[in-house]
Design a binder for this molecule. Structure first.
Ligand code: SF4
Ligand code: MG
Length: 331
């Protein structure tokens, strides 16, 4: 297993007290696999990624175990994490402009990563920069290397970010909404590139997105998050064809047709509860059309609902079924 999260929770300090942002997150990423994390904004997708990268605020409290390549990195020092970021794992974000330095040429920015994480000499670095630019599908690499971020299109800038991320051959690449700011054609090209790089380099990829079109395009497995918890996990086909959790069903119903791009989440009525006012039972209770009495007071456990398919919902537990039956007779 490349990456394993075991019962990971994250609390952040807000107005003087700790608020739990992530609650009991367990997930795995294999080599050569793309795992999608989906859910509405504020569900903890990005925080899960930032916990893995350990790019967290000063007073964040991280619990549970995070293993990378069978090594427990949970208690690694800041320094040790810095080494791992870039060497073993890298992250790309939605807006490359905020991550790129406007004052440096893109070639120099890729080279800086190489200086930080490799022993290559100047000559070798120059060659590697050109190689990387070619690998991410940028022709005229020589010219592009000497250009500044603002001289490039949004799609080209995202390719540069991918080149920076790939500069040290990471075994894990985390992408947070990497194509959200791009138009559909460019988005498809970037996703193709990511699929290609994954196959060539045998990387594991975590793809954070609220776009189910992106999930269908690149993911092998999907993790659905709601209000800081995982509510369902399955392989991508299974999830699209046979979703179990009412929240996942709601997300999928918001797509007009399977495979249609630009299908956005968020058409389920109601709002995600805020972390400091988390309900006691199922966190989806207020918005769920299948809600039962048991859901209100007791958190549903994760149940097996198919082959490598799990969901946290009382509908799939005996107890929930019985309660459902009895409450049904009451009308
Ligand atoms: Fe709905 Fe109950 Fe399942 Fe929660 S546990 S999703 S409220 S049916
Ligand atoms: Mg986010």
């Amino acid at each position: 297993m490349l990456l394993e999260l075991n019962d990971v929770s994250l609390s952040l300090k807000r107005d003087g007290k700790y608020v739990k942002i992530l609650d009991g997150i367990s997930l795995q990423v294999k080599k050569g696999e793309t795992v999608g994390i989906v859910g509405e904004s504020g569900c903890g997708k990005s925080m899960t990624a930032l916990s893995v990268m350990r790019l967290l605020p000063e007073k964040a409290k991280l619990e549970g175990v995070i293993q990378l390549d069978h090594e427990d990195i949970t208690s690694y020092s800041k320094r040790k994490m810095e080494k791992i970021r870039g060497n073993k794992m890298a992250m790309i974000f939605q807006d490359p402009l905020t991550s790129l330095n406007p004052l440096h040429t893109v070639g120099r920015q890729i080279e800086e990563t190489l200086i930080l994480h490799t022993d290559l000499n100047k000559e070798q670095r120059k060659r590697r920069v050109i190689e990387l630019l070619n690998e991410v599908g940028l022709p005229r690499a020589d010219e592009i290397a000497s250009e500044y971020p603002h001289q490039l299109s949004g799609g080209m800038r995202q390719r540069i970010m991918i080149a920076v991320a790939m500069a040290c051959n990471p075994s894990l690449l985390i992408c947070d909404e990497p194509t959200t700011a791009l138009d559909v054609t460019v988005q498809a090209q970037i996703l193709d590139l990511m699929n290609h790089l994954k196959d060539v380099n045998e990387m594991g990829i975590i793809m954070i997105t609220h776009d189910l079109g992106v999930v269908a395009e690149v993911c092998d497995r999907v993790v659905v998050m709601y209000a800081g918890k995982i509510v369902e996990q399955a392989n991508v086909k299974e999830l699209f064809i046979n979703p179990k959790h009412p929240y996942t069903k709601g997300l999928l119903e918001s797509i007009p047709k399977l495979g249609v791009k630009k299908a956005k989440l968020g058409s389920i009525p109601g709002m995600v509860p805020s972390p400091d006012k988390m309900p006691k039972g199922c966190r989806f209770y207020e918005r769920c059309s299948s809600a039962m009495e048991v859901c209100k007071g007791t958190t549903p456990p994760m149940s097996s609902v198919g082959e490598e398919h799990t969901a946290a919902c009382w509908l799939y537990e005996e107890k929930g079924g019985e309660m459902n039956g009895s409450s049904g007779s009451e009308g």
